[in-house]
Design a protein around this ligand. Structure first.
Ligand SMILES: NC(=O)c1ccc[n+]([C@@H]2O[C@H](COP(=O)([O-])OP(=O)(O)OC[C@H]3O[C@@H](n4cnc5c(N)ncnc54)[C@H](OP(=O)(O)O)[C@@H]3O)[C@@H](O)[C@H]2O)c1
Length: 314
């Protein structure tokens, strides 16, 4: 909770729909005035902003901004000059994703450019331009959105261009943290695993699978005063949304690294510990050659493989 309710502002890119909406609403509830960007402002987004404003008691504004269009930056700065005395938080949430899996070999330059501009370049530009505001107060916060695996620059079969863009954002996050520390600014990254489309804008916490509110909770922590000594962190929210997961294990999520040779694993519906001998991929499909304690190795689908956390090699 922020003490000077409404005085300081938070800017949330793509903050009107999806996870961005849950984040905007949460920051407003915490007492930040919110500037939510969208590429397509209109009556519906204005009505939403008015509703959040009424409920939270802080100002909520919608402003046009497109990460792929540098000429749209000026509009955000102009609106801030009009409405805000101080900007304390920037949440770089905008981040296009390509739902269709595609091997890197087939990714068109235009698609790569869209992922790069939307996830990396736009946020980098806006951060640069808001730095004077963030520095001025001595307690600025930058929160970037990544995905599972971003911090380790993991490969992701069929989604390599998106994964690479988010890995770049993780690196930027860490450099912002280093370079802006003298100004009291922290920079951290929140990396959720999959949030169902219908759950992104939900303001309640998901019991068995994540809702937007769960992601917003961690963003709010990094945006709030309690995280002032936490910076440069890339934090995964790999939700416990897989009911067969046992303590000490995690499923091989598509965003995780391919398992290395020698990793110890368990297979779904089996209790034996196997060792990974080899891996093969075709398009989006991953298969592992796993060796049981006794007997011959066999190929199994990656979706059946649960890594034993802490097994070696890391
Ligand atoms: N949902 C998940 O499961 C998940 C998992 C891991 C990471 N993330 C990350 O969390 C952030 C928000 O995700 P989300 O699922 O809420 O996103 P989303 O539903 O795909 O999109 C949310 C908003 O982002 C803007 N957007 C979409 N495509 C864009 C493009 N090509 N260029 C610029 N803006 C675009 C749109 O806002 P306007 O049309 O209003 O401009 C859209 O309403 C992203 O950075 C995403 O990579 C999400």
């Amino acid at each position: 909770m922020h003490s000077e309710r409404g005085e300081a502002w938070g800017v949330v890119t793509a903050g009107v729909h999806g996870l961005g909406r849950a984040i905007s609403e949460r920051l407003a509830a915490d007492g930040l005035s919110v500037m939510a960007t969208t590429r397509h402002p209109g009556a519906a987004s204005a009505a939403w902003a008015a509703g959040v404003s009424e409920q939270s008691g802080v100002l909520v504004r919608v402003v046009a901004w497109d990460p792929a269009r540098p000429d749209s930056d000026a509009g955000v700065l102009e609106r801030l000059r009009q409405d805000a005395q101080a900007v304390r938080v920037l949440v770089n949430n905008a981040g296009p994703f390509h739902r269709r899996r595609q091997p890197l070999a087939d990714v068109a330059p235009e698609a790569l450019a869209q992922l790069w501009e939307g996830n990396v370049a736009g946020g980098m530009r806006l951060t640069q331009q808001l730095l004077p505001w963030l520095r001025a107060r001595g307690d600025g916060r930058i929160v970037n959105l990544g995905c599972v695996g971003s911090g380790a620059a993991s490969g992701w079969t069929g989604r390599g261009a998106y994964a690479a863009a988010k890995a770049a954002v993780a690196s930027l996050t860490r450099t912002w943290a280093l370079e802006e520390a003298p100004y009291g600014i922290t920079a951290n990254m929140v990396c959720p695993s999959d949030v169902h489309a219908r759950d992104k804008e939900r303001a309640d916490f998901g019991r068995h699978r994540p809702h937007g509110a769960d992601v917003a909770e961690l963003v709010a922590f990094f945006a709030g005063p309690g995280s002032r000594f936490v910076t440069g962190q890339v934090v995964e929210m790999a939700f416990g949304d897989r009911p067969r997961l046992k303590p000490g294990e995690r499923t091989l999520s598509p965003a995780a690294d391919l398992l290395p040779q020698g990793a110890q694993v368990r297979l779904a519906r089996e209790s034996e510990i196997y060792e990974v001998v080899d891996v093969r991929t075709e398009g989006a499909a991953v298969e592992y050659l796993v060796r049981p304690p006794v007997g011959e190795p066999r190929w199994v689908a990656g979706s059946r493989v649960r890594r034993l956390v802490g097994s070696s090699p890391p």
